[in-house]
Ligand binder design. Sequence first.
Ligand code: GDP
Ligand code: MG
Length: 301
Amino acid sequence: MNLAQNELIKSGVVSLVGPPNVGKSTLLNTLLGQKISIVSPKPQTTRNRILGILNDKSYQIVVLDTPGIHDATAPLNKEMVRLAVETMSEVDVIVFMVDASHSQPKREKSQFPRCLEEVKTPAILLINKIDLIGREKLLPLIEAYRIQHDFSAIVPVSALKNDGTDLLLSELLKLLPEGPRYYPEDIPTAETERFIVQEIIREKVFLMTGQEVPYSTAVVIERFKEDVEKQLTTIDATIIVEKNSQKGIVIGKGGKKLKEIGSAARLDIEKLLGQKVLLKIWVKVQKNWTRNPGFLKELGF
Ligand code: GDP
Ligand code: MG
């Protein structure tokens, strides 16, 4: 499973920060060039959820949601600020998204730039929905934000009209480090949701088995079916481990562990998809699967 290739590209992690309705889903869909919403419409509790992965020959940008600091105006408590600062320190670039049609917060009321000052991570200010305001309003708006914080760039866009997103991309690429491709290059964009679901389940196995099961454990999504009318997605998945002993650990006494893994994964997936999820998980032993090229191919590696 040699995902990291020798070739160095621009690769890194971007944290997209913005209040609800600012246009995160819309921006992601525009950037991904398709109409699937992979942003949770609900408040999230987990830190650092992957929203999407932008893949190109010359770059790979992992876009994370950073919950907990979405509200740019409400006073943040100490713990929230600490978490926000810690989270923002771990990424390569912060994209702070605001709505052009809202009046911008006064500096003293705005907590977010204050959090920004405590981290060294470069931040881009993204002013979205510029289609809703007159051109004459844009420059004063940019100026008002410019004096609040030393942003690496201020990019006005309309996520909806796909205006300015190329500029965002080029500003991002300037700030991102060179590195390996962390995820397979050829995840078709339509498969992103599926891929992230796979990653969520894999992460739960790893976290909830006390890391007794290697991270190389594979997850195969056997079925991914959305019932639009019922707002329900049915997912069948198989966790593949290498040894019987690992299977035992994943399933646990009386199936208890697998139940825990399943419900934790289901909660996250429901947040991701924004709808109810029926998740069924099986566990299968495939001896030495990591060394079996044919099987790897079948898994899509
Ligand atoms: P999120 O909660 O941050 O993910 O926001 P959404 O992407 O769901 O967008 C919230 C609303 O704002 C939706 O009705 C979008 O159509 C709208 N919206 C997003 N971007 C733009 C934009 O650039 N211009 C306009 N006029 N509306 C936008
Ligand atoms: Mg949304």
